[in-house]
Design a protein around this ligand. Structure first.
Ligand code: NAG
Ligand code: NAG
Ligand code: NAG
Ligand code: NAG
Length: 431
């Protein structure tokens, strides 16, 4: 995989998903892109927090040992803000049902900045105060029935990362009140319910990772135009259509794979995501025909729409994906001729069209079979081995499918209007 740019899905995702979606490797991969927390800090600083220091303040600013408990046995905190989150943390601790790594053993006493998973910094609104600025529970394998009353009660938190735990429940609408939260990663947990709509109003939020949970229902289209860099929502049970008019998006990394997205792929979506390097729509329930606007994905190195219910011929516009290395349309209901222009893409190393109903294959594409680049097994190409039965192929052809704007299937948007191909790409079978 040669590039780490982005997508309707990133390289990371691509790597992990296409190689079997190993959840445990997710954070490692993310981390390797510089998104992991170092001492509780992201590669950037705490957003509105002073860039300054991301090392544990506890090392230099926490009260010296001996101070936490004064003579009356009461806890003494380095700052009122720490005193006020202490009961919140202790209450959450009492809800934890599994802690195989013994993390919460460290959650005792007043030195919160030295609890495992908690990190302190100067809050944006008071340069001399000390507050819990980030929480990093990644890989702690904690289990708790909810984060309610915890996450939403940490008023100074800027980063909350809780990848790979067994937290469940829904996400409280109260998180909308956290003024500094800009990275929220609750991926690979057991969260359910609808999309956490509270994030919609959170203008400071730039990173939202909720993949590998059990969220259901629709994804509010506004999320695509919010000021997010990263939106990972793959591997949930979202059931929704893809919005057509997305407007302007800031998203550089987007993953939609492995949900239950239904309906057609609107052409407009490719306009919006024309700078994404990976477009992963695999394992959804997308229907309809692939619009010629797919040719606008000039930066794409990976386009994966495998295992959907797409039909129609493949648009010639695929030949505009000059950087593409992997194209996957396996497991759909595509038919007609495989466009020769797509087989001429110079960087193509894996072109997967197996389990469709293609009937015709030209010489350029046949060369790719010999090179081991093109997989077209289980289609309807009469002179090739490992194809569907004649019965299955004629059954399919007996039920004609057509696409809107059939003219557009030979249209190549990256070429001048007069140089587009004139070869018939294979029209819908007609009875
Ligand atoms: C102990 O700490 C509590 C709470 O900060 C305070 O009210 C009390 O005066 C302290 N007692 C002593 C002896 O320092
Ligand atoms: C800022 O924080 C310090 C330390 O907690 C506190 O003593 C001070 O009163 C705070 N200032 C304001 C303006 O809140
Ligand atoms: C969640 O709990 C199950 C059952 O106890 C366990 O097998 C699994 O490893 C846990 N997952 C994480 C991420 O801790
Ligand atoms: C090509 O891509 C398909 C679909 O993503 C995948 O199943 C297959 O393993 C890939 N082949 C190679 C040689 O990488």
């Amino acid at each position: 995989m040669s590039t780490l740019v982005c997508v309707i899905l990133t390289t990371l995702i691509a790597t992990t998903l296409s190689s079997g979606a190993n959840r445990e490797t997710l954070e490692f991969l993310i981390g390797s892109r510089g998104r992991g927390l170092k001492n509780g800090c992201s590669s950037e600083n705490h957003g509105k927090y002073r860039a300054a220091q991301c090392s544990k303040l506890g090392d230099t600013r926490a009260p010296p040992p001996g101070l936490p408990v004064n003579k009356t046995g009461l806890l003494v905190f380095a700052d009122q803000r720490l005193a006020s989150v202490y009961p919140i943390i202790q209450k959450f601790k009492s809800l934890i049902t599994s802690d195989p790594l013994g993390i919460t053993k460290t959650w005792v006493g007043s030195d919160i900045c030295n609890y495992k998973g908690f990190f302190c910094d100067r809050p944006p609104d008071n340069d001399s105060a000390t507050a819990v600025a980030s929480v990093d529970f990644n890989g702690f394998h904690l289990a708790a029935p909810t984060l309610d009353g915890f996450l939403d009660q940490l008023p100074d938190v800027a980063l909350f990362h809780a990848n790979s735990n067994n937290f469940s429940g829904t996400i409280s609408p109260n998180i909308a009140r956290l003024p500094y939260l800009y990275e929220l990663d609750i991926s690979n947990n057991l969260f359910s319910g609808s999309f956490p709509a509270a994030v919609l109003g959170m203008n400071g939020l730039t990173f939202l990772d909720i993949r590998f949970n059990f969220f259901t229902g629709a994804v509010p289209p506004q999320i695509f135009t919010q000021n997010l860099d990263v939106l990972f929502i793959n591997n949930n049970n979202f059931m929704t259509t893809l919005p057509d008019n997305l407007g302007n998006t800031h998203i550089r990394y987007l993953t939609l794979a492995n949900n239950k997205f239904t309906g057609p792929i609107p052409g407009g979506i490719f306009k919006v995501f024309s700078s994404l390097s990976e477009v992963l729509l695999l394992n959804n329930q997308l229907t309809g025909c692939l619009p010629y606007e797919v040719g606008l994905l000039k930066e794409a190195t990976l386009f994966d729409a495998g295992n959907n219910k797409l039909t129609g011929p493949l648009p010639f516009a695929l030949s505009c994906l000059e950087k593409v290395e992997q194209l996957n349309f396996a497991g759909n209901q595509l038919f007609g001729m495989v466009p020769e222009v797509a087989c001429e893409l110079v960087h193509l190393t894996n072109f997967s069209l197996s389990d469709n109903y293609f009937t015709t294959l030209g010489p350029m594409c046949r060369v790719l079979i010999e090179k081991g680049v093109l997989d077209i097994t289980n289609n309807c190409i009469p002179d090739l081995p490992f194809q569907k039965s004649v019965e299955e192929c004629s059954d399919f052809i007996a039920h004609p499918r057509s696409c809107p704007q059939m003219w557009s299937y030979t249209f190549i948007p990256c070429m001048s209007p007069f140089s587009s191909g004139s070869v018939n790409p294979g029209m819908a079978p007609s009875s």
